[in-house]
Design a protein around this ligand. Sequence first.
Ligand code: APR
Ligand code: ZN
Length: 253
Amino acid sequence: MMESEIEEASRIIAESDYAVVFTGAGVSAESGIPTFRGKDGLWTKYDPEEVASIYGFRRNPKAFWNFSRELMVKMKAKPNPAHYAIAELEKLGIVRAVITQNVDMLHQMAGSKNVLELHGSMEYVDCLDCGRTYRWEFIEKMLEEGLEIRCKCGSEYVKPRVVLFGEPLPSDVLSRAIEESKRCDTFIVIGSSLVVYPAASLPFHAKNSGAKLIIINTEESQADSIFDVVIYGRAGEIMPEIVKRVKKLRGIT
Ligand code: APR
Ligand code: ZN
């Protein structure tokens, strides 16, 4: 493990009173949910334009749901130690907000309260033709039974409230995320390649506002050079170790 970097990151976080965590697909990798980029990433097998853009969805919603079947049936996934470690830092009053690009709701399942979902989530699914709304569980059952995803009105344009390529991010969530990034004294990125904007602009907002930046990732991100501490490793292993050291540094048993 990267001993000195972990020690340095733990010290910065222990001294923080307003930390913000920013997560990407990598924080859920150890829950069994595949990431998009890097080795065996989903975008090495699927064309994002076809399966994850609003244009592709309009052309052929079946392609989106087949892709989702692979991703979402994993939605039975449970939070992993990284999610719980982040929730514990919030309970300790250190982390004030979790900004996530993920749509898997695992942060909330692990106990994080203030979660900003930049790319929405799978929680609600709407019929774009008749406006009916379904809860995720209803759709998940159809996915598991291999049924075609259709609305009761017969429409196949049944879309979860996730942000697809070509769609704007929810503006209220994005402005709150920018505010939190500017306000924090420590910005911790976990499991993101930092290639998709505007989400990837948030570390720069934090940097420009004088925050200390930490990244925990298994590979180099697009923005490692702006970080004060760069830790290459698995979030599920590194984060619990950091929480253990932060509690010791704060004299919390
Ligand atoms: N621990 C820490 N980092 C990990 C782990 C792990 N166990 N496993 C993978 N990673 C790292 C990878 O090295 C990679 O850099 O997580 C990063 C995941 O990057 P992406 O797959 O690009 O995911 P993300 O940054 O969330 O993508 C942003 O792109 O496709 C869109 O909308 C989608 O929200 C997604 C956005
Ligand atoms: Zn309908």
